[in-house]
Every structure is written in structure tokens, then in C-alpha cells.
Design a binder for this molecule. Sequence first.
Ligand SMILES: [Fe+2]
Ligand SMILES: [Fe+2]
Length: 222
Amino acid sequence: MANQGRGQTEVSKDNENEKGGEVTATEDLMREHGVLRRALLVYTAAATKLHSNPSSISPDALQKTAKLFRAFGEEYHEKKLEEAYIFPAVKQAGGEAAAYPDILVTQHNRGREITDYIINVTQNAKLGSNAEDLAKALDSFVLMYRNHAAREDTIIFPAWKQTLTDKQLDEMNDKFEDIEHDQFGEDGFEDAVKQISAIESSLGLADIAQFTAPPPPKVSSS
Ligand SMILES: [Fe+2]
Ligand SMILES: [Fe+2]
């Protein structure tokens, strides 16, 4: 089955039995976070290896991850959606959520500095003396964005949705779809998922079964 993205709206109007349905603007933002979280998981795995055995990590895979984070996260999700539409509306609405956008923008900007650094450092065939600094930068980037995206999912996006009527939200769905198509062509999200999947495969991280936790230890009764 082809694209299950937002483009299905028109199809659904023609055929009410069409499965998949429309991706709303907030669902869209959250599934974009899903792609970015997978990039963070790659960074965490890479940082662990950089701390212990720097030569075991391919700079190329890290470079590809940073470029995906730049194009899909920084230049599209953050700049074209959050900073252009979400944050101004949340600030204007006031209330508890309105205190967040300023610090979230500061974090976007710090993230861009770190992404510049990652892209720069991974241009070398070997990471060598940069390995420890790079590992620390990756760890701090991951901690920042785990906090950042979790607050956006639970505070910012719900607050933004509260500022819109159903009709306005529907218009935002269409607007976000147009922006995504302008930026990436037809399959922005699907292509980003393919890219992060390929990176995971190259690093041996693709098989999710390896992450199933072991059973917990037995509690001794004494
Ligand atoms: Fe953000
Ligand atoms: Fe975000």
C-alpha cells in the first residue's frame, strides 16, 4: 500500500470505507518526534561505543544521522512548524504552557550548534582524539531532546490544539501537509523513516528483539 500519510483525506471523501484515515497536525508532529527519538537512540548507542571503543563506530553512520536530524528535525519540524506556527500561538494563548516556547527555542538553537559540530567532526575517516568530546556532546544532546520532545508532546502540542477550532485544526493539517511536500516532495515522513531504518541496520540496531529487557531478579525473602 502506498502512502498512508495525510494525502489520504481526499481519497477518504470518495470512499468512506478507506482505511488509515487522516493524519492530524498533532499526530503528525508526534510521529515526527518518533523519527527524531530513533535518531537519539542511535546517538546513545554511538556514544556508548565512543566511550569504550571509538574505532568500532562508523563516522559515516553518525554523519547520516546528524544530516537527517538537521533536515527533518531542525529545518522542517522545528523551523517550519514549531517556530512558525505552534510556539507563537501557545505564547499568545498565555497560561502555563506559554512559559515554554522561549526555552524550547534556545534548545533548538543549541541543538543546531551541536549538529554542526557532529557533522564537522564526522567528516574525518577516524574519530580519534575527538571521540570523547563527541560522546559527551551526543549524550548532552540526547538528554536535552528527550526532555524537550516529552514536554512538547504532553504540554505544548495539547496547548496548541486548545487554541484551534476543529475547522482551524483541519486547515492546519492541510497547511502542514503543503509545507512537508514543499520541503521533501510527496513522502517526507516515509522517507525519513526509511533513512533512520537504514542507519539502524548499518549499526546493528534494527532488530528490536535485542532490546527486550531481561526478566527482573528474584527478590530473596530473607
Ligand atoms: Fe522543539
Ligand atoms: Fe518538536
